[in-house]
Write a protein that binds this ligand. Structure first.
Ligand SMILES: *[C@@H]1O[C@H](CO)[C@@H](O)[C@H](O)[C@H]1NC(C)=O
Ligand SMILES: *[C@@H]1O[C@H](CO)[C@@H](O)[C@H](O)[C@H]1NC(C)=O
Ligand SMILES: *[C@@H]1O[C@H](CO)[C@@H](O)[C@H](O)[C@H]1NC(C)=O
Ligand SMILES: *[C@@H]1O[C@H](CO)[C@@H](O)[C@H](O)[C@H]1NC(C)=O
Length: 497
């Protein structure tokens, strides 16, 4: 099953200037999907993905799609015709159509409540927020963590201070969402706990970046009801403070929101899920690996499948099943994801890609002979030197099919806790479209080994040197009739340890 998620911030993406008018039309809403992260060892989830629709209020009306409808929607998403969190659909009775006219027929439950809301009153706020965002530095992202207490007093055991530390490192926590996003982006992506200026939440927050909210319902309600109750309450608390309307989107105040729930009592089996913000139950909120995985969904990244063909068993990437532990999470993303972050960054989350130079990303062309690349691992990108840049991801274009991506999976720096194919050269497949489809790990090679790529190409790890800083690998891609030059020795002058 394809797992999908989009983010809180994606909702704002639906409101670009050209679309503003469309939002006021009743029964039109933004299609969204939520990816659930299964708890290891627990029974597989009945549905690893949920679909819903958002009329702009931030609330999520579940769409109950049958198998054919889901397949149709997943196909549209995989080839870029539908963007979760962005594409509008029209709901008329049981028939749903996308702007391109493709029907997704479905029963939309509860649609009367959510779809009929008239939301033009909110547009001014959203426009202002967008204007501010355009003017602000893209790499600084403001995060709010809502600590949820339900109507019967259930709340996570950790104090707001501890939670702030576990997510934002405000009191010395070593590995968390803030540190890891900064590390994997070589300092380009900065998490700031709290609302974006000029919104001052100092008398609202119970710890830096943490706001306590109390639900009107118990956690024993359905997942969708709990989610909507949490969003409504968060909107209400913020609206009261800043004298806005209760339906003012949370994107007005911050780029991303997280919600922590004490536990799960209905529709369970998940550790966390992401779409409109990330939702975490129990202690899972504190685990850096899970925070990275969920935020990856917020950035538009799909799951990473592994050698066994399953949905999230690529353990070279945070979008596989992540590391479970408070201070476990020093792992970045596989080359397909790096390519996505660099070349197809989500317009509202990462403006120009995470990495300084697209020169570090190569589309391999063997028409004039074999190609050799010196590569570094993404965890050591901060050691990249202007005078001797190394590649971080290679792409082999496979016409009409799934492209192949190559990286040097160096287990150092931000990638120290990587748990598969440490210090090997990895090969990942992904259907490079602007759409949403998982990648799959295809193999990895050690120094001297060769992997057969698509249509007659091979990739060889000519040498790998982990005693240099950064570690370096020489990778040669060639057609069968070609030979690799032998002058790449992985001893290039660089900083030594
Ligand atoms: C709150 O907003 C309303 C209408 O937008 C306005 O009339 C009122 O004066 C505002 N109150 C405060 C305290 O700013
Ligand atoms: C990226 O660019 C910034 C600003 O131009 C510079 O300070 C930083 O060293 C660069 N980092 C890398 C890894 O190239
Ligand atoms: C890749 O996506 C395209 C649509 O962009 C689709 O037509 C094609 O079948 C897909 N290929 C594979 C191998 O999944
Ligand atoms: C790694 O590089 C160092 C410094 O150039 C060199 O002495 C060493 O032999 C190299 N090791 C490998 C395995 O290539």
């Amino acid at each position: 099953m394809t797992l999908i998620a989009t983010s809180f911030i994606l909702l704002a993406a639906a409101v670009q200037a050209t679309n503003l008018r469309a939002l006021t039309v009743p029964h039109e809403c933004t299609i969204n999907a939520i990816a659930l992260l299964q708890i290891p060892g627990e029974a597989p989830l009945a549905n690893e993905v949920e679909y819903g629709c958002d009329d702009g209020s931030g609330l999520f009306s579940p769409l109950h799609l049958d198998e054919i409808q889901q397949k149709s929607l997943q196909g549209l998403a995989a080839n870029g015709q539908v963007h979760y969190g962005k594409s509008k659909i029209n709901v008329h009775g049981a028939t749903i159509t996308t702007p391109s006219g493709k029907p997704i027929s479905a029963e939309a439950k509860n649609k009367e409540n959510a779809f009929n809301k008239f939301i033009s009153a909110e547009l001014d706020n959203i426009e202002n927020a967008l204007r501010r965002r355009t003017n602000s530095k893209a790499s600084k992202r403001h995060f709010l963590l809502f600590r949820v207490t339900d109507s019967e007093g259930r709340v996570i055991d950790d104090s707001p201070d501890v939670m702030s530390d576990n997510v934002f490192g405000t009191n010395g926590d070593q590995i968390n969402l803030k540190t890891q996003l900064a590390a994997c982006s070589a300092g380009q992506y900065i998490v700031i706990p709290g609302a974006r200026p000029p919104f001052d939440i100092s008398d609202l927050q119970s710890a830096r970046g943490v706001i306590d909210i109390e639900l009107d319902i118990s956690l024993h309600n359905s997942r969708a009801d709990v989610r909507n109750a949490a969003i409504s309450k968060a909107q209400e608390v913020m609206a009261l403070k800043f004298n806005f309307s209760d339906t003012t989107s949370l994107t007005t105040y911050a780029d991303h929101t997280l919600f922590s729930l004490e536990n799960c009592y209905k529709d369970c089996g998940w550790a966390a899920y992401a779409s409109i913000g990330g939702y975490y139950q129990g202690s899972y909120y504190s685990m850096a690996g899970i925070q990275m995985h969920e935020h990856g969904h917020n950035l538009g990244l799909p799951h990473s499948g592994g050698l066994d063909g399953l949905a999230y068993t690529d353990h070279t990437c945070s979008m596989g099943n992540p590391l479970y532990g408070d201070d476990l999470g020093q792992m970045c993303f596989n080359p397909a994801k790096l390519w996505q972050l660099q070349h197809f960054p989500h317009p509202w989350t990462v403006k120009r890609g995470w990495y300084n130079s697209t020169e570090d990303f190569f589309t391999v062309d063997t028409s004039s002979g074999s190609q050799v690349y010196e590569m570094i691992g993404i965890g050591e990108y901060r050691f990249q030197q202007e005078s001797s840049r190394k590649a971080v991801a290679l792409r082999i274009i496979v016409p009409g099919g799934r492209d192949q991506y190559i990286a040097f999976n160096s287990a150092k720096g931000a990638n120290t806790q990587n748990v598969e194919a440490d210090n090997l050269v990895t090969i990942v497949e992904w259907n490079t479209t602007s759409g949403y489809s998982p990648s799959s790990l295809k193999g990895y090679i050690a120094q001297g080994e060769t992997f057969l790529l698509g249509h007659g190409l091979t990739v060889t790890a000519q040498c790998i040197n982990t005693s240099l800083t950064p570690s370096v690998a020489c990778v040669c891609v060639k057609e069968s009739s070609q030979t690799c030059p032998s002058d790449c020795a992985c001893t290039a002058p660089m900083h030594h340890k």
